[in-house]
Design a protein around this ligand. Structure first.
Ligand code: UT7
Length: 332
């Protein structure tokens, strides 16, 4: 009996309309367009506005568009996994909210939080449900409203992040395409360098936590940068080696969009030229759980069936990893 693979059969994204440029940020904190561009590669990012609009407000159009592209009804979804560190609520899970809003009446689902590696971890999980043979349609959505946890007085963090959502549909196939391999890692010792201190059960919200600005992203950029460069590059190289892939064999690197310099270092280690590296950080910044599907969405028309694609990420936790995918369809 041939093996069931989990193939990505559709991809879609959504970003809110409001654009925040580096020049807008110059008016809020002591920074410059030149500094942000040269140190990160970011030119602008998006921001979700509007009373009561949480991450699901971006995930819903991303998933609805996904279903439309594939020509299927929401009732056909078996499972929806939502990767996010900015869920609508502490509970219920944002996946529940999304399923309700899109009418996925036959689905169950849950949220998964692994910061910038969330989409990779969710894809790996979704893959296993498909490979079990029991699940036929699994939606994996990565979404973050980073603007909801950004301190617009902290130039170290507010310039980096943006809001957005991206989604893929996983379906079974017996062809030699789909998710082929993964290497995923965590190291909790890294949690002190990138986190949101308050709001969880360890430090519930209080006047003190608000006064101390502990509900915002905290990052020691330089330290995270060093870990990210080393680990994202190494894991991307390792997955190539484990699958006997040379740089000629790899059609695309889909890197987490945190910093252009981290992306370049990863591509370098893999021996890949810039033309094979997906890049949209200049337009969206770091959308945390959404960077990878937003890249796939932007580059969908350039990928061909059988292309070897390496997705790689590094993020808070620390969490990191790489997934090897054989792309399952040609551009329509
Ligand atoms: O996605 C999750 C994982 N996160 C990442 O992968 C992010 C990793 N880190 C980074 O991307 C970079 O560390 C940053 C973009 C956050 C910062 O870049 P950097 O080159 O590491 O800068 P730095 O923190 O070493 O700061 C260099 C200088 C400092 O000034 P002094 O001490 O040299 O006078 C900072 O105060 O730049 C200053 N600085 C800024 N200047 C203008 C820091 N932020 C800014 C700013 N505008 N926004």
């Amino acid at each position: 009996m041939s093996q069931i693979h989990a193939a990505i059969t559709a991809v879609n994204g959504y970003v809110p309309d409001q654009v925040v440029t580096n020049f807008d940020l110059e008016k809020m904190v002591d920074t410059t367009d030149e500094w942000i561009r040269s140190r990160t590669g970011i030119i602008e990012r998006r921001k979700l506005t509007g009373e009561g609009q949480g991450s699901s407000a971006m995930a819903v159009p991303a998933v609805e568009g996904l279903l439309e592209k594939r020509g299927i009804d929401a009732a056909e979804i078996d499972l929806l996994i939502c990767a996010s560190v900015t869920p609508d609520y502490v509970f219920p899970a944002t996946s529940n909210v999304i399923c309700d809003k899109i009418g996925a009446v036959n689905a169950w689902g849950y949220d998964l939080a692994a910061a910038c590696s969330g989409f990779l971890f969710a894809m790996e999980t979704g893959r296993r449900f498909i490979e079990s043979g029991q699940y036929k349609k699994v939606v994996v959505v990565g979404v973050d409203k980073m603007s909801s946890i950004l301190d617009y007085e902290d130039r170290n963090t507010c310039i980096i992040f943006g809001d957005g959502a991206g989604a893929v549909l996983l379906e079974p196939t017996e062809d030699e395409v789909g998710i082929m391999d993964s290497i995923l890692k965590v190291d909790g010792a890294g949690r002190e360098f990138l986190h949101q201190k308050a709001g969880g059960s360890a430090l519930p919200p209080s006047h003190e936590t608000i006064d101390a600005r502990q509900h915002f992203v905290y990052q020691e950029g330089k330290t995270v940068f060093k870990f990210a460069v080393t680990n994202m590059a190494q894991v991307s190289y390792d997955i190539m080696e484990r699958n006997s892939l040379t740089s000629d064999d790899v059609a695309w690197l889909v890197p987490h969009q945190a910093n252009k310099r981290i992306i370049d270092a990863t591509a370098n280690r893999m021996g890949l030229p810039a033309e094979k590296v997906m890049l949209n950080i200049q337009r969206y910044g770091n959308t945390t759980s959404a960077t990878l599907p937003l890249c796939l969405w932007d580059y969908e028309k350039q990928m061909k069936k059988g292309d070897n694609i390496i997705l790689a990420a590094f993020g808070g936790g620390f969490t990191w990893g790489a997934i090897y995918v054989k792309w399952a369809y040609d551009p329509s």
